[in-house]
Design a protein around this ligand. Sequence first.
Ligand SMILES: NC(=O)c1ccc[n+]([C@@H]2O[C@H](COP(=O)([O-])OP(=O)(O)OC[C@H]3O[C@@H](n4cnc5c(N)ncnc54)[C@H](OP(=O)(O)O)[C@@H]3O)[C@@H](O)[C@H]2O)c1
Ligand SMILES: *[C@@H]1O[C@H](CO)[C@@H](O)[C@H](O)[C@H]1NC(C)=O
Ligand SMILES: *[C@@H]1O[C@H](CO)[C@@H](O)[C@H](O)[C@H]1NC(C)=O
Length: 325
Amino acid sequence: MALVATVAALLAALGGTVWLAARRFVGPSVRHGGGDSGLMHGKTVLITGANSGLGRATAAELLRLGARVIMGCRDRARAEEAAGQLRRELRQAGGPGPGSDAGEAGELVVRELDLASLRSEEPRLDVLINNAGIFQCPYMKTEDGFEMQFGVNHLGHFLLTNLLLGLLKSSAPSRIVVVSSKLYKYGDINFEDLNSEQSYNKSFCYSRSKLANILFTRELARRLEGTNVTVNVLHPGIVRTNLGRHIHIPLLVKPLFNLVSWAFFKTPVEGAQTSVYLASSPEVEGVSGKYFGDCKEEALLPKAMDESVARKLWDISEVMVGILK
Ligand SMILES: NC(=O)c1ccc[n+]([C@@H]2O[C@H](COP(=O)([O-])OP(=O)(O)OC[C@H]3O[C@@H](n4cnc5c(N)ncnc54)[C@H](OP(=O)(O)O)[C@@H]3O)[C@@H](O)[C@H]2O)c1
Ligand SMILES: *[C@@H]1O[C@H](CO)[C@@H](O)[C@H](O)[C@H]1NC(C)=O
Ligand SMILES: *[C@@H]1O[C@H](CO)[C@@H](O)[C@H](O)[C@H]1NC(C)=O
């Protein structure tokens, strides 16, 4: 009996190891646009937070598909470093070397998120990817006095998108892609305390900001009907990135956490596939206001589809960022 149990345990361990190794080394099962290196040729894509994690992987993938990728970053040095690495990786992979072969190549451009200059310098914008984000930080306020997660994840992108709408419309057909999270489920838009001055719960505030991303997408889709500018929102799954920078993991637990994340979390390239899909695939041409995971449409909870909350959030956001017409 004991022998049977031991053998079963060993087999299970072996099976698990093989499965993990396969998952780790075979690489992403889906790689969107795999052979079609020209799919995004002639298209300009702006990605926020493109120096790290999902944004960086999304930039690399779209570059491979031939896009001109603008990395919208707040820190020029970090962005230049990431851009240098991406260019090297692409050359090593034998892909089209950006800048070296103007016919095939994607092109990588670094921009500080200076909205005014972006508007005047770029003649066209085919895809905007609202990707930057901050997760469960301690209570902090943005320069403008907004709770940090709501300010960065929702309001910053709300303003950026509105400032770029004219350019997106004149470049139509064009697309907006919004990176949200499944954790939206635990949020609510508590209009009476959007800056969390009465109480702060960092998990709730992250979830609230990600719910706001979805409500924003749905309201914007409604406003953009008939313009040939589409907007969709996604969750990437659980991905190994720098997003956990504000989470303290005790030293003793760290090896276990690293093992679990190595085994079970997606790689950034895997996590980026739905962003790449929504940015580039002919399959989603004309699709707008939808929520996606693993390159497929998914259902939303009723609170994320509440039109009156979406409208109210839009109106209040306009006042907060000061673009009320
Ligand atoms: N990783 C996951 O498991 C997961 C799951 C669900 C959703 N998401 C979402 O995926 C998106 C990308 O996150 P990630 O996982 O790739 O994390 P990450 O590696 O931490 O990357 C986040 C990016 O956002 C930028 N950013 C943060 N605060 C900013 C600010 N105030 N202004 C401008 N840029 C700012 C960061 O820039 P710096 O490097 O300069 O700080 C970085 O480029 C986020 O929206 C996140 O909510 C991630
Ligand atoms: C904080 O918010 C999360 C998600 O909404 C909730 O599950 C948790 O109970 C809250 N924590 C406290 C201390 O209220
Ligand atoms: C949207 O695209 C369709 C098909 O290409 C075109 O017929 C229509 O004029 C476009 N509408 C706008 C507002 O650009």
